[in-house]
Write a protein that binds this ligand. Structure first.
Ligand code: MG
Length: 272
């Protein structure tokens, strides 16, 4: 089930026969470090939000992100991961995930850009993706972003002690499909900690997978990340072997937070 371009930053959905492996629980001390990692990711996004506008190249965004990471003694979790060549992922319009920043890729008025930021800080990962409007965007693009962002928070609402991973998946899927949009199947959310991708996988739809049965308990930290497309749930990978686009080239959006399960409810570690 490995595509030719099987080098991925996001966790791909494993074959149904894959067995459940146990989540790696974090101590309060480890969650505290992840809280700091998450705060750095949020600062990177805040800096990017300030500079995203028509005329800026995605390479410049990469440099802004790098500067903030350095300032806070963090490093990119993406650079070099399975050979990924940049510090962040920048994916424009029909590009869903894993777009590579380039000096000649210039943002235009009306673009929708999704930026995925992962940092490593004191051995732990913070992971957050956000879609941004470049200037004024179409009503379709605005609606797609709004529904995808809202679906993320519908998922987060379910991230409570005693619920199961599938409760998050169901809430996200319902929200997105209730608005006539499509949930990507091939890429999923995931546990996160010392590794960028830990068990359990966190699907954005209900599939009856073993990981969906994982009961949420304090100390579990997960990245919840709905990836949504206007025309189809299917994707393909471009010849650069990285950039994933919607199969029909329809618009896409991607929102992600790193969330800790606590006795006081979900704690979003990457909140601005
Ligand atoms: Mg992620």
């Amino acid at each position: 089930m490995f595509k030719r371009s099987g080098r991925k930053l996001l966790r791909r959905q494993p074959a149904p026969s894959d067995r459940l492996s146990a989540p790696i629980m974090k101590s309060p001390r480890e969650v505290q470090i992840m809280r700091e990692a998450g705060r750095i990711v949020a600062r990177v996004h805040a800096a990017l939000k300030m500079v995203i506008r028509p005329g800026v190249s995605t390479w410049e965004l990469d440099q802004v992100a790098l500067e903030v990471m350095r300032k806070y003694d963090a490093t990119s979790a993406f650079l070099g991961y399975r050979g990924f060549p940049a510090h962040i992922c920048t994916s424009i319009n029909q590009e869903l995930v894993h777009g590579i920043p380039h000096k000649d890729r210039i943002l235009k008025e009306g673009d929708l850009i999704s930026v995925d930021v992962g940092v490593r800080y004191r051995g732990f990962i913070g992971d957050c993706a956000w879609s941004y409007a470049v200037g004024a965007v179409s009503d379709d693009a605005a609606a797609l972003m709004q529904v995808t962002e809202a679906s993320l928070f519908e998922g987060i609402k379910q991230a409570k002690v005693g619920r199961r991973v599938v409760d998050i998946s169901r809430a996200i899927q319902r929200h997105i499909e209730g608005h006539g949009l499509h949930v990507v199947r091939e890429y999923t959310g995931h546990g996160v900690g010392r590794q960028m991708h830990e068990p359990p996988q966190v699907l954005n739809y209900v599939a009856g997978d073993a990981d969906g049965n994982t009961v949420l308990t304090p100390g579990l930290v997960i990245a919840i990340e709905p990836m949504v497309q206007r025309g189809t749930w299917q994707t393909r990978t471009l010849r650069d072997n990285w950039t994933v686009v919607s199969k029909d080239n329809s618009l896409t959006a991607h929102f992600e937070h790193t969330v800790a399960i606590t006795n006081n409810g979900p704690e979003i570690l990457t909140l601005p």
